[in-house]
Design a protein around this ligand. Structure first.
Ligand code: FES
Length: 115
């Protein structure tokens, strides 16, 4: 089941994560935002944010790759849908936590629960 990201109305706050030029030559950018280790992933549909550690055994998803709207874990090759964090079929651990993103000037912001 996909965890619903927090909204601004529920207490989330937009926080700067990185400059857009951080994606020069790469599709996955690890960031540390408001106490959270995240990956920002750019594909054809935009920029997505998710927790950095794989929910299976904690592999670093910054070392994975993305293709076709999916983020692939580098350790056991499970993949997660960028749109909602849903884990690929056949795996029985929780989905990846995802976070809304938006572009603000030359930067990328992530909506984070800062309560
Ligand atoms: S650690 Fe990511 S699929 Fe196993």
């Amino acid at each position: 089941m996909c965890a619903k990201p927090i909204s601004a109305a529920e207490g989330g706050r937009w926080v700067h994560a990185c400059r857009i030029d951080a994606f020069a030559g790469r599709a996955i950018v690890p960031v540390f935002v408001a106490g959270h280790h995240l990956v920002l992933v750019q594909d054809d549909d935009g920029i997505f944010a998710a927790e950095r550690a794989c929910p299976h055994e904690g592999a670093d998803l910054a070392l994975g790759h993305c293709s076709g709207g999916r983020l692939f874990c580098p350790r056991h090759r499970a993949w997660f849908a960028l749109a909602n964090g849903a884990v690929s079929a056949g795996w029985y651990f929780r989905d990846l936590r995802t976070y809304p993103t938006r572009r603000e000037g030359s930067g990328i912001q992530v909506l984070i629960d800062v309560r």
